[in-house]
Design a binder for this molecule. Structure first.
Ligand code: PMV
Length: 320
């Protein structure tokens, strides 16, 4: 028991993510491949203050600081705290919970899921409990439902497991081995685009033209299977062409935009093996598959074509 009334500090973090192939179709049961991105992360810090009566929720990037007791469950942070404490069988701590992220918000790099995963872990850490990736993932999913409406579960899975995943909605994520390292350039369009909106638009379009959309989802699913083989074989030019083809299908699904199409074209013109939007679309990020030596040239071309910033991420070979 803490008798000194000193704050007890607990820290936790979670990585960002990109979807390599298969976004949107994954909501309709097709497979997708997602990768953690460790260069960006969300951090949660809990300053538990025994002897006080309130938990303050401080979302630094949103410049919001609110009392948990005054914050409804429509707020993802409050919901995450309540759901996690309920799952752990504890009362929420008192003191201050501070969340911050180097992951651009609403940018398709999983900022919401990463913040939730960090919060789940910080509360579990404070309670002296260790949760499995599956348990973290499930709790984060219930918060993602608030952001997205009908999330597939891919963001919470890749972020909670912090390893490449082959994801099919409703199935336990399969261990996914990446035998050869490779390099991606991630270009942030600088255009915020809430995933809930594009997921909702695709749903409306699917309801209006189910046959067409099911056919497009099938084509995406086929490309994702091919991409798995290409990743296993290390056939990068082929993987790149699959990514570019996936982008063309995302255009047909109605989730691209002229700025994203310009970035995809610029990456190809600068020598990338292939490029596509990643995540919800319209804004957010474009990813380009590149050789280690062309990464900086492609990144510069993407910035010239309007990217607000770029990240070069080397995806390591999986060790196990
Ligand atoms: O969170 P985002 O923007 O990376 O997108 C998630 C991927 C979607 O397939 C568009 C939605 C989902 O829940 O799978």
């Amino acid at each position: 028991m803490n008798t000194t009334m000193e704050p007890v500090v607990t820290l936790a973090s979670a990585p960002g993510k990109v979807i390599l192939m298969g976004e949107h179709a994954v909501v309709y049961g097709r497979p997708a491949i997602a990768l953690p991105v460790f260069q960006v992360q969300a951090t949660a810090r809990l300053d538990a203050q025994p002897g006080t009566h309130e938990l303050w929720l401080h979302a630094v990037d949103l410049r919001q600081r609110r009392a948990l007791s005054d914050t409804p469950d429509t707020d993802p942070l409050a919901l995450c705290v309540r759901r996690t404490c309920a799952a752990l069988g504890i009362d929420p701590p008192t003191g201050e919970l501070t969340v911050t992220a180097t992951i651009p918000l609403a940018g398709g790099l999983g900022s919401g899921a990463a913040i939730s995963a960090a919060v789940v872990r910080v509360l579990a850490g404070w309670a002296g409990r260790s949760l499995s990736p599956a348990e973290v993932s499930e709790l984060v999913f219930t918060v993602e439902e608030l952001h997205h409406g009908t999330p597939s579960g891919i963001d919470n899975t890749v972020i909670a497991y912090a390893r490449p995943v082959w994801f099919v909605k409703g199935q336990t994520p399969a261990p996914f081995t990446v035998p050869h390292a490779f390099t991606l350039v991630i270009a942030n369009s600088g255009i915020p685009s809430p995933t809930r909106v594009t997921v909702g638009d695709v749903r409306q379009a699917w309801l209006a033209a189910p046959e067409l959309y099911e056919q497009l989802f099938d084509q995406v699913g086929f490309l994702v299977h091919e991409a798995r083989d290409a990743l296993l074989a290390g056939t990068w030019p082929y993987l790149g062409s699959l990514m570019t083809h996936n982008h063309a299908l995302l255009v047909q699904l109605g989730v691209s935009s002229p700025p994203l199409d310009r970035l995809v074209q610029a990456a190809q013109d600068a020598g990338a093996w292939g490029a596509k939007l990643s995540g919800g679309g319209r804004g957010g990020n474009v990813i380009a598959l590149v050789s280690g030596t062309s990464a900086e040239v492609v990144a510069a071309a993407l910035r010239d074509a309007g990217a607000a910033n770029t990240i070069v991420t080397h995806v390591p070979a999986t060790k196990d």
